[in-house]
Ligand binder design. Structure first.
Ligand code: XLS
Ligand code: NI
Ligand code: NI
Length: 437
């Protein structure tokens, strides 16, 4: 059975093509700085946005009716598995990601839910074997069900905490069974609304306890995925505990978990935190914690996670520039945590959205490679800090300087000569690079 029978394999046709169902920039075999585009980008399909989302928003009901929606329960879940592998094959996407509840319906009890999961995980495994497709990461959804109204790892109710632990245990088993490269924790309800009823310190201690248990269990069953935390500043709670990269890193350090976790950074979460995506990536990278990327973009005029497909070339270029600077994305990848708009309700739009994201990232990668190879930004930055290469600057960097030696130098160094940062010129240079590749 085909779920997208009117669409064939999406091929690379190059910049001259006017076929909307072709790649103009994403050429998986093209070698850039010693690696193929496919190896650099490690694209992934987000199961939830692609096979579960139906266009509902707080003001209106579903606008999207897919082939699999003609079915119910486990049958629909099985149809989604088939659709997923057809979709990945047609778009030439090597990885996918899911929450437990995306792939299998929840039962009336934990036992039933786990049974449903086992059926679908078996089917996923078969399909992965025949297709060669891989799981970039899995996670468990501990935020949608009403039991998580006060949180999961940070709930005020120990019974809910225990349920979350059980769900997490199963998530780790599923990840192991499917050979997931990474395991993600996004703290959907891990945060709070008001301190009037909240013990923040206690909640954070409990969250750390849950992570410790997860690490211990992964070790016990031999699940060797990279563990990732995905920061987000707000939504659904007002104060999400994993606000941004810096906050999350400080949490991990406090609980001595920093050697066992890296970060899964999302573009739209960065903008919600008042940061650029590249700021978040650099913050993670300089702390040795760059794990993986959730690729999307927000609307700067709206204050929520709109999860649009990434098409802003300045952002994709600077994102890939940071990734290249960090030495690559490692076991992580570029997961399209992005959904087509409510009005883009045709099944074709799922393809067009991914093509837009993949081409924008491939374009950004090419521009980033040019920036890197020609040392365009590196030479600007190097030159800007050159006073630290010799004399008093070199003394500061080597640790030789003291306040007394700085004073001695400053007393005879008058006036100080300053130079322009030349931001306007550099921005135009960046534009020139993006539109030259
Ligand atoms: C929500 C998050 C979520 C995570 C996975 O804003 O982006 O989709 O990526 O739980
Ligand atoms: Ni995400
Ligand atoms: Ni998000």
């Amino acid at each position: 059975m085909s779920y997208f029978s009117n669409i064939g394999k999406i091929q690379f046709e190059g910049k001259g093509s006017d076929n909307p169902f072709a790649f103009k920039h994403y050429n998986p075999e093209q070698v850039i700085l010693g690696k193929t585009m496919e190896e650099h980008l490690r694209f992934a399909v987000a199961y939830w946005h692609t096979f579960n989302a139906n266009g509902t928003d707080p003001f209106g009901s579903a606008t999207m009716f897919r082939e699999w929606d003609k079915l119910d329960g486990l049958d629909r879940a099985k149809a989604r598995v088939e659709a997923n592998f057809e979709f990945m094959d047609k778009l030439n996407i090597p990885f996918y990601c899911f929450h437990d509840v995306d792939i299998a319906p929840e039962g009336a009890t934990l036992q039933e839910t786990n049974k449903n999961l086992d059926v679908i995980v078996g089917l996923l495994k078969e399909n992965m074997k025949t297709s060669g497709k891989k799981l970039l990461w899995n996670t468990v959804n501990m935020f949608s069900h009403p039991r998580f109204v006060h949180g999961a790892g940070t709930t005020c109710n120990a019974d809910v905490y225990a349920y979350a632990g059980a769900q997490l245990k199963k998530g780790l088993e599923v990840g192991k069974e499917l050979g997931a490269e990474n395991y993600v924790f996004w703290g959907g309800r891990e945060g709070y609304e008001t301190l009037l009823n909240t013990d923040m310190g206690f909640e954070l201690d409990n969250l750390a306890r849950l992570y410790e248990m997860a690490l211990a269990y992964a070790k016990e069953i031999g699940f060797d995925a990279q563990f990732l935390i995905e920061p987000k500043p707000k939504e659904p709670t007002k104060h999400q505990y994993d606000f941004d990269a810096a906050t999350t890193i400080s949490f991990l350090r406090k609980y001595n978990l920093h050697n066992d976790f890296k970060l899964n950074l999302e573009a739209n979460h960065a903008t919600l935190a008042g940061h650029t995506f590249e700021h978040e990536i650099r913050t993670a990278a300089i702390n040795g914690m760059l794990g993986s990327l959730d690729a999307n973009q927000g609307d700067l005029l709206l204050g929520w996670d709109t999860d649009e497909f990434p098409t802003d070339l300045y952002s994709t270029t600077l994102t890939m520039y940071e990734v290249l600077k960090a030495g690559g994305i490692g076991r992580g990848g570029v997961n399209f945590d992005a959904k087509v708009r409510r009005a883009s309700f045709e099944a074709d739009d799922l393809f067009l959205g991914h093509i837009a994201g993949m081409d924008s990232f491939a374009w950004g990668l090419k521009a980033a490679a040019k920036l890197t190879e020609e040392k365009i930004l590196d030479s600007i930055v190097d030159n800007r800090y050159r006073t630290f290469k010799e004399g008093i600057g070199a003394d500061i960097v080597s640790g030789k300087a003291t306040l007394a030696s700085l004073e001695q130098y400053a007393l005879q160094n008058n006036p100080i000569r300053l130079e322009s940062g030349r931001q306007e010129r550099i921005r135009l240079q960046l534009s020139e690079v993006i539109f030259s590749v």
